[in-house]
Design a protein around this ligand. Structure first.
Ligand code: APR
Length: 173
C-alpha cells in the first residue's frame, strides 16, 4: 500500500473515494463536511437523507463509516465517518478515531476501490490534538490488511498539518 501526504482541498481529488469528517447527523456541517457537500451538490445531501432514514435512531455512530455516491465531485464515492470529539484522551477517543480509519477502509474495499483520500479527521472542530491524531491515522492505515486499496492519500488542508504526517513517516522509517 502506497501512502501519499499532500496539502490541498480533498474535494478536488479524483481518487476512488474521499472520506468526509462528518458528524452523527450525516447531513452536512462545517469544515471539510461543508466543503464536500458544497462541491458535491444537492444529490449528495439527498442520498445522505436516504442513508439516514435507514439507520437505527436515524443517526450515524462515532467511529462507523457510511458510503454514498459523490454527486458532482470528481471521485466515485464519499465515505462519511463521524470522528470522536476530543475531551481528554481518557474517554476512548483514540480507539474511536482508529475505527474511523479502519471502517472507512472496509467500506472502500467493499467497492473494490484502489485509492482513497482522508482528511485529518477530528482535528478541526472536534479538537483532536493533531500529532496524536496523525499517529493514529498512520498506524491504523499501515496495519490494515488491504486487498484492493493500493493508494492512501492523506489530504491535509495546511502544509503545517502535512509536515506533521511527513515527520511521523520519516521517524517510522
Ligand atoms: N479539504 C481537506 N481538508 C479540509 C478541508 C478541505 N476542503 N476543509 C477543512 N479541512 C480540514 C481541517 O483543516 C481539519 O484539518 O479537515 C480537518 C477536519 O476538520 P473539521 O472539518 O472541522 O472536522 P472535525 O474536526 O472532524 O469536526 C467534525 O465539524 O465540520 C463539522 O460537520 C462537521 O460536525 C462535524 C465536525
Amino acid at each position: 500500500m502506497n501512502i501519499e501526504i499532500i496539502t490541498g482541498d480533498i474535494t478536488t481529488l479524483a481518487v476512488d473515494a474521499i472520506v468526509n469528517a462528518a458528524n452523527c447527523g450525516l447531513l452536512g456541517g462545517g469544515g471539510v463536511d461543508g466543503a464536500i457537500h458544497r462541491a458535491a451538490g444537492e444529490a449528495l445531501l439527498a442520498e445522505c437523507r436516504t442513508l439516514v432514514a435507514g439507520l437505527p435512531k436515524r443517526r450515524g455512530e462515532t467511529g462507523q463509516a457510511y458510503l454514498t455516491g459523490a454527486g458532482k465531485l470528481p471521485c466515485k464515492y464519499v465515505i462519511h465517518t463521524p470522528g470522536p470529539v476530543y475531551r481528554d484522551g481518557e474517554h476512548g477517543e483514540a480507539a474511536l478515531l482508529a475505527e474511523c480509519y479502519s471502517n472507512s477502509l472496509k467500506r472502500a474495499e467493499e467497492k473494490q476501490c484502489r485509492s482513497i483520500a482522508f482528511p485529518c479527521i477530528s482535528t478541526g472542530v472536534y479538537g483532536y490534538p493533531k500529532e496524536a491524531a496523525a499517529s493514529i491515522a498512520l498506524a491504523t492505515v499501515k496495519a490494515f490488511p488491504a486487498r484492493s486499496v493500493q493508494k492512501v492519500v492523506f489530504c491535509c488542508f495546511s502544509s503545517a498539518d502535512a509536515d506533521i504526517y511527513k515527520r511521523l513517516v520519516a521517524q517510522s522509517e
